[in-house]
Write a protein that binds this ligand. Structure first.
Ligand code: 6PG
Length: 278
């Protein structure tokens, strides 16, 4: 690595550290730097997974996350990532047609997947001709088939899928995927994929990975930007007492895998810095 690149990297990472029990914090000056670091992080996980398992099983969400992954479509990653080995899944999806502006599949396809040489048959989107309940069952069945063949790895301690990477955004209410605060699906222990019809964020019908699946992943990355989410970031990461223990983002706690938070400095502005070390 050139000295200049190394210095740039060090200055970008200057505010990062490891929280005593909430994973790695990577705090960035601005969205451009966050995007650069995120692309590099994903590319490295992809390379390690392809080397170890021959494939990279990645689940993504919707929202601003997809735009922040944009640098993966640019040099060097568009040419260096082994796109043919990627198997893409959705941690959550809105129950709308794939052509609808609200579709997480459409968002990812337009913003990312159509710009890199992924294999169309490796793009595991949700069946948009079914009801929410049917779509959740259908997606879980599909994931089960791919766990059987180990395209998706399996947890060492349960029968849960062990995705190589699950990428999540977070709402200002602390929701992740389509797991919203105080919703009964937060208690789901058996299903891998479930559905809701009362999402507080539009559209109301969604399907989502459950917490056992998210927490069985090898790597979980939560990407959060903007001042409006600073309070939720504080509640999700800092030691704030029992009240916040049920905040969905706080319930993201991989059992054996690695958790990393990619934040911009606005989202990180209410964090209690004393709880992590550089
Ligand atoms: O389908 C969805 O709505 C998402 O998967 C959802 O979990 C999203 O990631 C967060 O709401 C953050 O979205 P923003 O980054 O756009 O705020």
């Amino acid at each position: 690595m050139l000295i200049v690149e190394l210095l740039n990297l060090l200055s970008r990472m200057a505010h990062s550290g490891v929280h005593k029990d909430r994973g790695e914090l990577r705090i960035h000056e601005n969205l451009d730097e966050l995007g650069t670091d995120l692309a590099e992080y994903i590319a490295e996980l992809s390379e390690a997974s392809v080397k170890e398992r021959g494939v990279f099983a990645i689940a993504i969400s919707g929202g601003s996350l997809i735009g922040l992954m944009g640098k993966l479509c640019e040099a060097p990653y568009n040419k260096t990532v082994d796109w043919a080995k990627w198997y893409i899944f959705w941690a959550d999806e809105r129950v709308v047609a794939k052509t609808h502006a609200d579709s997480n599949y459409k968002l990812a396809k337009d913003g990312l997947l159509s710009k890199v040489p992924v294999v169309p048959s490796h793009v595991n989107s949700i069946n948009d001709s079914l009801t929410a309940e049917e779509a959740a069952d259908d997606y879980e069945f599909h994931v089960r088939q791919l766990v059987k063949t180990r395209t998706i790895n399996v947890s060492d301690i349960s029968d849960c899928p062990k995705f190589d990477l699950i990428l999540l955004g977070m709402g200002s209410d602390g929701h992740v995927a389509s797991l919203f605060p105080n919703h009964p699906v937060l208690d789901e222990k058996d299903e891998w994929v479930t559905f809701i019809t009362d999402s507080p964020k539009s559209p109301p019908e969604r399907i989502t990975f459950t917490l056992p699946v998210i927490n069985s992943a090898s790597n979980v990355v939560v990407v959060v930007t903007g001042e409006s989410k600073a309070e939720a970031v504080h509640l999700a990461i800092d030691d704030v007492g029992a009240d916040c223990l049920s905040l969905p983002a706080r319930l993201v706690q991989p059992t054996k895998g690695k958790l990393a938070w990619f934040l911009d400095k606005l989202a990180a502005s209410k964090l209690d810095g004393s709880q992590f070390s550089e």
